[in-house]
Design a protein around this ligand. Structure first.
Ligand SMILES: Cc1cc2nc3c(=O)[nH]c(=O)nc-3n(C[C@H](O)[C@H](O)[C@H](O)COP(=O)(O)O)c2cc1C
Length: 348
């Protein structure tokens, strides 16, 4: 028999919903859930849903997949996943639906306020917490149980060109917009190709792909560079976006991945030679005509694109590293870094 699972989540209305709209959701839920042996409660208050749904794991996962793709709500945040539960909490209710706004009970008010506060705090925290940690919580696992482990990974470092000059010249809103659009493009594209961004580092990011995702990682960088070019070309010369360029460094190898930090403050991060190297070679992109540089660690897999050697880099320990890039139009640049800085300065 399938084991029982329970999921609690909060979400916000994507657009205003009337009482009739909510009653329609309740009606279809009750019909489907009683057939699929799912039970639970659904509260709404102002523009918030709070649902607890439980039942046989396979039925539940299938239905949740549909519910989470329902465009009547957004900002869905899973608060808790309980697997292998022994007993249902709501065995009587195929989906008890309560519109709290209608309640006259004055005791309900603090509860609804609390719901509102929890939703807002989660939505806020979600923006600061790393992808890996969020996905772990949403799977119902405790990230603190994860001990650091050695793994083979592809590390991708990306960094905005001349970001210090931008911050000296632009006003706060302009800097904010510039960084935001950069991270929208990079994070979305990396996720789309199956990678993760573990950390934002001011004007750059640290991302990773599993070791057999090399061509995905390369495609992500090509697409990001293409999107940045389209953005630059869509804005006039007196707009900061016209000067938004970025460099990328990639390396592969053994890294230590996991929660590292003190008892009270943890960071989910990667440590190891490929991380340092990817960061170092990323910086070299400013002095070359290529937006992407990688080292020979990536060459043990078939690369779908033509690639070429562009030079070498000598590490602090005097180890010589051969540097490569792809022979791809989107990754070629005829940018002069000093000219870029001068142009950004003229934005003032
Ligand atoms: C907040 C929210 C909660 C929902 N809960 C359920 C539910 O418990 N069961 C269900 O079948 N549908 C639920 N729905 C509706 C589904 O998203 C979807 O419209 C419905 O399952 C489709 O039913 P069908 O497969 O019979 O067409 C919910 C929708 C929203 C917005």
């Amino acid at each position: 028999m399938d084991t029982l699972k329970r999921v609690s989540y909060i979400s916000k209305f994507a657009k205003p919903l009337s009482k009739e709209d909510i009653e329609k959701i309740a009606e279809i839920s009750q019909k489907n859930n009683s057939r699929d042996k799912l039970t639970g409660v659904l509260f709404t208050y102002k523009n918030i849903f709070y649902q607890i749904i439980e039942g046989p794991e396979r039925n539940l996962d299938k239905r949740l997949n549909i519910i989470f793709n329902d465009n009547r709500h957004k900002d869905i945040f899973v608060l808790k996943v309980e697997k292998n539960i022994e007993k249902r909490k709501f065995s009587e209710w195929s989906m008890k639906t309560v519109i709290l706004d209608e309640s006259q009970d004055y005791l309900i008010q603090p509860l609804t306020d609390m719901l509102n506060t929890i939703t807002d705090s989660w939505i806020l925290l979600e923006k600061y917490v790393s992808d890996v940690i969020l996905k772990t919580i949403q799977k119902g696992e405790n990230p603190l149980d994860y001990k650091p482990q050695f793994k083979d990974k592809i590390i991708l470092f990306g960094d905005i060109f001349a970001s210090t000059t931008f911050t000296e010249i632009l006003n706060t809103n302009q800097v904010y917009d510039l960084f935001e659009i950069f991270f929208e493009i990079t994070i979305d594209t990396i996720n789309k190709y199956g990678g993760n961004v573990s950390k934002l580092l001011g004007d750059g990011f640290l991302g990773s792909f599993s070791q057999d995702y090399l061509n995905n990682a390369l495609n992500a960088v090509i697409e990001i560079s293409k999107q940045l070019k389209t953005l630059r070309n869509s804005y006039p010369e007196n707009h900061p976006y016209h000067y938004l360029y970025a460099g990328f460094g990639m390396s592969k190898g053994k890294i230590l991945e996991g929660n590292i930090g003190s008892k009270n403050k943890k960071d989910y991060t990667y440590i190891g030679h490929p991380v340092n190297l990817a960061a170092k070679i990323q910086a070299i992109t400013r002095k070359t005509n290529y937006f992407l540089i990688f080292d020979e660690s990536l060459l043990d897999q078939k690369i779908f694109y033509e690639f070429k050697k562009i030079g070498k880099y000598v590490t602090k320990n005097q180890v010589e590293i051969q540097l490569f890039t792809l022979n791809h139009n989107e990754l070629k640049s005829n940018l002069n870094y000093n000219n870029l800085i001068q142009k950004i300065k003229q934005l003032k």
